[in-house]
Design a protein around this ligand. Sequence first.
Ligand code: URA
Length: 426
Amino acid sequence: MDITRVIQKKRDGEALDSVEISAVIDGFVSGDVPEYQVAALAMAIYFQGMDESETSVLTKTLMESGESLDWAGVEGLRVDKHSTGGQGDKVSLVLAPLAACCGLQVPMVAGRGLGPTGGTIDKLESIPGYRAELGGTEIRRITEEVGCVIASQGGDFAPADARLYALRDVTATVASVPLITASIMSKKLAEGLDALALDIKWGSGAFMKDVESARSLGAAMAAVGASMGVKTSFLVSDMNQPLGRAVGNANEVREALAALAGEGPADLLEVVYELGAAMLTSAGRAEDTVAARALLEKELASGRPLEKFHEMVRAQGGDLSAELELAPASEVSAARAGYVSAIDGEALGYALIALGGGRRLIEDTVDPSVGLQMRVRLGDEIEEGQPLVELLSSGRGYDEALSMVAGAILIMDEPSATPALFTDNS
Ligand code: URA
């Protein structure tokens, strides 16, 4: 097939059929279609969108590029969560072991950093020895033995999403409803789930900048999930400031460990509980969200989820015996007194990339030790000279990151309204 004609068709706003979508995706995986043509098509999709049927076909094609997990003969219910991403979102690290302790099986497949948003796999790979690339057999075995696993797409598992994801990361083609839907749902559906809870982020640090776009994305993903027989629910949550205080790979693992030890920041725990309640109720493990939340809180307080996290890390080859190393910290201070009125999460995400905590090119390696530590929240009243953010830097990209971080925090004379952590999803 002439791939140039497929790109042209989408560029001109026409719908693609399943033969055309498969020709591009299968050709991309086999090496017959070069990256530059796939990047051009991704940009055409970014501008022209895809209808429901094209999005379903793209999801299925990405999913079928690798194996799907078969749970025949295995007792229990497989339930997972996924977030559309932001800064400081380390919910998966806390919730996977917590949900496992509440009796669910969580065979989580996650991604690396995408654009200015962090990736669960990059975070976990800051743990020495952690192996994220597992085949289906290993994902299944660890899920059965431990109750949860967090593996990466790629290898035999949604390989087409892994390649497209990496390409979108460096071609500014992430923030597209059909591309996000197909990317997330392909790997989640390949997990062979009974239910899925989605966290759709909106705000300055998210791909969806307003609530309406977040709702549309959630509805598109829930429709694909339902059409493939997976009970899919979604909530819409705030990403107008980082979740928790820690941003950056090793830094976020440390905060996740603190949360598992009962010392997590309140906003992070709220998201953990809300999504956990959606997972437990949709699986029928709790009668309603009140009962689910009580169970989640009790389990977290027991200390068992922290043990479960260590068990999972060990099962994936990781070694947490030593504290994870962080780069030296320096403070960014307020140039004036006032109220923290806006935080540009996207700028913080790109500052992390400038420090080496994310990628500008597919082949870039990530420095796990760099990051940001937020010292203020939206609405805080501050003095001139007060520390706003700590920059954890190994030297690389320091000046660039410093100016991005300094410009990311808006201080005004009067306090302004702070967005609610959760927004109605309809
Ligand atoms: N998470 C994914 O896995 N894919 C996207 O496209 C966005 C967030």
